[in-house]
Design a protein around this ligand. Sequence first.
Ligand code: NAD
Length: 493
Amino acid sequence: MAAPADGAHAPARSLALSSPLHKAVLRRAYKSGASFPVLNPATGEHLADVAEMGPKDVNAAVAGAKAAMAIWSQKTAKERAATLMAWHGLIMCHQEELAELLTLEMGKPLAEARGEVAHGASYIVWFAEEAKRLYGDIIPTNDQNRRLLVIKQPVGVVAAITPWNFPSAMITRKIAPALAAGCTAVVKPAEDTPLSALALAILAEEAGFPEGAVNVVTCKNPADVAKALTDHDDVRKLSFTGSTRVGKLLMRQCADTVKKISLELGGNAPFIVFDDADIDAAVAGAMMAKYRNAGQTCISANRFYVQAGVREEFAFKLAEAVSRLKMGNGAEDGTTVGPLINPGAVAKVDGLVRGACASGATIVLGGKPGVMGENFYEPTVLTGVTPDMTISQNEIFGPVAAIYPFEEEGDAIIMANDTPYGLAAYVYTRDMGRIWRVSEALEYGMVGINDGTFSSEAAPFGGVKQSGIGREGSKYGLDDFVEIKYISMAGLA
Ligand code: NAD
């Protein structure tokens, strides 16, 4: 990998995998046999060798998870909550080391990594509390000789397949509710970022979950491992976060064993700015919704629809704010935009920008790959983008804001909904009537009104259409990890 091109930026804070937790992760990552390397996307530095596991390892992990579930599911909700709280406590005690690990393997700025660790841990507290409220029901009877009851039981061993863009929070958001419900889990983390998963599993063991309750299967080539998980009769639930393409594949694979599934898939988020919006607030929201994690989030704003009266002001102020971002190694103080995950991601983003420009879009700012190393892409603002361009139909997954013009409210809604995706949408306006009209008309699982960052453990996260099935977080987040059992008691007279 090319070294950073110039010495103009501050030297990276020296991050090394040297703490006792880091060393435990390295020991857990690889013992013998086949392995694959994990690289720092900012520098190309080799961080670790990680075991290339396969279907045999999946079978062993599922057997361990099944055995652990026999113990774990028999704990009271209060006992499960206490262990979850202990896990949360350990994660927050190790927040800095976990954040360093995350920045090293994934590239996001250290401040964002700390935020992700805390955000991910917040799901553990939330579901520790929810575990105690997993109520059943007594249904008014239809016969005095009979009583109708509903209890909720853990669904079984859960397979969690997670992406690289939130290597920590995407795992806790799945397995905290699974564990709270009494399930156990086998996690298959993304090949670029397996180290955070291993660290979470080590801390889970320390927190007191039974051996085998949290398993991690690492691999470079995910297809065989995922197939072994989806084919396995003892895996009763798949929770997947990743691309729509792979989500569809896994959905098909789960059909043979009729597994319960939750899918958190890709997005193509519209960000609509109306003439009456507070433009400074819209720009601040856009900076979060677009440039956080270098644009590599599933809810990243992808298409900025800006009404004619404020188009120039919004584009100018956005470009001004973007020009103040500091691209660099996430370990450097002050970095606000890190590298993309790998050269393929840079090539994809660059291709979309070049394609848009060839069809008439204009680069207001940025637009260059490889400025500080081959995984970097300059924060970019494009204007004059139109719905027929390839960039409009694709999840950019990079730090590129594409601005489209529109005239009427109805036009914005039609363009916003003109996609197979339906994860997140953003709307900036101060008109109450419009807030309701547009919120209800948008075919999305989540709508941020004058709000560029709405993820919270207390709120239901998820999409409609080809963006997914199910919700994570909130009081609804446990539903996917329980089965409802109806018990009819007769012979009472
Ligand atoms: P990806 O689908 O390529 O990978 C996700 C996971 O699937 C990884 O663990 C990977 O190893 C595994 N995988 C890849 N190919 C597979 C195959 N053939 N069989 C089985 N498993 C396979 O996605 P990505 O590039 O890692 O992540 C980016 C995507 O994830 C984006 O589309 C993004 O929008 C989406 N995402 C969605 C959410 C959400 O909550 N909706 C959150 C984060 C990311």
